[in-house]
Design a protein around this ligand. Structure first.
Ligand code: ADP
Length: 469
C-alpha cells in the first residue's frame, strides 16, 4: 500500500464519492416508493370510506349487516360515531375500546362536511391509515364514519423494495470497488515504473528506457523521461570525449614545449639558427596554448549559459570594416585580396557588438588561414527584416563528407594541416554557439580546392532595427 499511494488515494476518493452518490440515490428512491405507496393506500382507503358512506346512507335495514360483511371482506375496521362521540357501529379486527385516533377537532370537521385522513399507531405498534367522512341523510349530517386500514401489507411491500435496493446498492458498490481497483492499478503502475526508471537514471544507468504505451499525459511524461535519459547519455558521452580531447590537445603543445626547451636548456643544438628555430617553436606552442585556454574558457562559459549578451545599437558596416582592418596584415603577408561588399539600406541594429566582431574575426582568420592564393570577400546584405553576412574565400575548401562535422568541438579537417596552421579546432563551435545565442543561423558551403563560403543570417524584429543610416 505504501508503494501504491496514488492508486490508494485515488481509489479512496472515487469510492467515497460513489458511496455518497449511492446513499443519496438510495434515500431518494426509498422516499419515492414510500410516498407513492402511502398516497395509493390513502386514495384506496378514501374510496372504501366513500363506499361505506353510500352504504350507510341507503335507507335500508340490511345496510348495517352489509357494511359489516363488506368491512370483513375488505379487511378494514369501521367506526360509525355520533357527534357526542358515541359509537353506533363497529366492525373489524381493531379493538373498539381503542379510540384514541378519534379527535374532537376531526369530528367537528367531519360534521361540518369535510373529509379527514390520518395515520395512526396503536399501543401494540400496528400502524393504520384512517379516513373519516360524514354520513348524511336529507342534507343533515347524522354521524361520522371512520375506516381504518392496516398498513402492514404496504410496509411488507416497501421492505421488499428496500431489500432489493440494498442488494443492488451493494452489488453496485462491489462493482465500483473492483473497477476502481483496476483503474488505480492502470494509473499507478506506469507511475511506479517511471519512479524506478528515474531512480536508475539518477544512479547512472542512463541506458534505462520506458516503454510508451499511451499518447496521454502519462505517455508524454514517459517520453519526456526517455528524452532526458538520452540527453544525459549524450551529455555524458560528449563530456568524456571533450575531456579526452582537451587532455590530448594540451598534451601536444606541452610535449613540444618540454622537448624543445630541454634541447635549448641542454644546448643540444649545433648552430644559433637552430636554437632560434627551437625558440620560435616554443613561442608558437605557447601562443597556441594561450589560444586553446581562451577558447576553452569561452566555450565552457557558453555551454553553461553563463555568457551574457550586452545588446547595443551597432553599425555593422563599421564593425566589419574594423574586423577586416585587424586581419589585413595577415592577408597582405599571404598576398590575399580582402574586399567588403555591401548591399541594401544600412540600418543600426541591436546586437552584442563584441560578440559580433568575434564571429566575423573568427571566420576571417579561418579564411586567411586556409587560403593560399586568391581573395577573401565579405558581403554585408541588409534585407527588409534580416541581415546576412557572408565570408567567402578561394582556399583549400572542405571535403563534402566532412562539412557536417566542422562545427563540432575539436573537429579538424586533416589534423596535421590544422596543427600546421595553428588552429585549435574550437573556433567554429564558438562561432556557432555565439550565433545561436543571438538567435541567428550559420550555413556553410564548400568545395575542396575551390573555396569555402560561410553565411550568417539574423532575423531582425522591428525593435532590433533602427531607420536608415
Ligand atoms: P581551427 O581552429 O582548427 O581552424 P575551427 O573550428 O575554426 O578550428 O575549424 C574547424 C575545421 O574546419 C578546421 O580544422 C579547418 O580544417 C576547417 N575550416 C574552417 N574554416 C575553413 C575555411 N575557411 N576553409 C577551409 N577549411 C576550413
Amino acid at each position: 500500500m505504501r508503494n501504491n499511494r496514488i492508486g490508494f488515494k485515488l481509489g479512496l476518493v472515487i469510492i467515497t464519492v460513489f458511496l455518497i452518490v449511492l446513499l443519496f440515490l438510495g434515500f431518494a428512491i426509498d422516499r419515492m416508493f414510500t410516498n407513492f405507496y402511502s398516497a395509493e393506500m390513502q386514495r384506496e382507503n378514501e374510496e372504501i370510506t366513500s363506499h361505506f358512506a353510500v352504504m350507510a346512507n341507503a335507507d335500508d335495514t340490511t345496510s348495517e349487516q352489509t357494511m359489516k360483511t363488506f368491512a370483513e371482506f375488505s379487511g378494514v375496521s369501521i367506526f360509525n360515531i355520533l357527534k357526542n362521540g358515541e359509537v353506533i357501529l363497529h366492525s373489524g379486527i381493531h379493538d373498539s375500546a381503542d379510540r384514541s385516533f378519534i379527535r374532537a377537532s376531526d369530528i367537528d370537521k367531519i360534521f361540518s362536511g369535510e373529509k379527514i385522513n390520518l395515520q395512526y399507531e396503536d399501543t401494540a405498534g400496528h400502524r393504520y391509515m384512517v379516513s373519516g367522512q360524514p354520513i348524511s341523510s336529507g342534507g343533515v349530517i347524522n354521524s361520522a364514519l371512520y375506516v381504518m386500514s392496516s398498513t402492514e401489507q404496504m410496509e411488507q411491500s416497501l421492505s421488499g423494495v428496500r431489500n432489493l435496493l440494498l442488494l443492488s446498492g451493494m452489488g453496485a458498490f462491489l462493482l465500483a470497488l473492483g473497477i476502481t481497483w483496476i483503474i488505480a492499478q492502470i494509473l499507478s503502475r506506469p507511475l511506479l515504473q517511471m519512479q524506478s526508471a528515474t531512480r536508475k537514471i539518477a544512479q547512472g544507468e542512463l541506458e534505462t528506457r520506458l516503454e510508451i504505451r499511451s499518447k496521454d499525459e502519462i505517455g508524454t511524461l514517459a517520453e519526456a523521461i526517455n528524452d532526458l535519459a538520452v540527453d544525459l547519455q549524450r551529455y555524458r558521452d560528449t563530456r568524456q570525449e571533450f575531456f579526452s580531447n582537451i587532455s590530448h590537445e594540451l598534451r601536444t603543445p606541452i610535449t613540444y614545449l618540454e622537448g624543445y626547451s630541454k634541447v635549448v636548456k641542454e644546448q643540444l643544438y649545433e648552430t644559433e639558427e637552430e636554437k632560434d628555430r627551437y625558440l620560435d617553436i616554443i613561442y608558437q606552442e605557447a601562443v597556441r596554448l594561450q589560444h586553446l585556454v581562451d577558447d576553452l574558457f569561452d566555450l565552457a562559459k557558453m555551454e553553461e549559459g553563463r555568457i551574457s549578451l550586452v545588446p547595443e545599437w551597432i553599425d555593422l558596416s563599421e564593425l566589419i570594416e574594423q574586423a577586416v582592418r585587424k586581419v589585413e596584415l595577415k592577408a597582405r603577408n599571404k598576398s590575399l585580396g580582402l574586399n567588403i561588399n555591401q548591399s541594401g539600406t544600412a540600418i543600426m541594429v541591436r546586437a552584442d557588438g563584441k560578440r559580433m566582431e568575434q564571429i566575423v574575426l573568427n571566420l576571417l582568420e579561418n579564411a586567411i588561414r586556409y587560403t593560399e592564393q586568391g581573395s577573401i570577400d565579405v558581403y554585408l546584405i541588409y534585407g527588409s527584416d534580416s541581415i546576412t553576412i557572408i565570408v567567402e574565400d578561394t582556399g583549400v575548401g572542405i571535403p563534402a563528407d566532412e562539412l557536417p562535422y566542422i562545427f563540432e568541438r575539436f573537429y579538424r579537417v586533416e589534423k596535421s594541416r590544422s596543427r600546421q596552421y595553428g588552429g585549435t579546432g574550437l573556433g567554429l563551435s564558438i562561432v556557432k554557439k555565439l550565433i545561436e545565442i543571438q538567435c541567428g543561423q550559420i550555413k556553410v558551403t564548400s568545395e575542396a580546392g575551390i573555396g569555402t563560403r560561410f553565411e550568417i543570417s539574423f532575423v531582425l524584429p522591428p525593435e532590433s532595427r533602427e531607420g536608415g543610416i
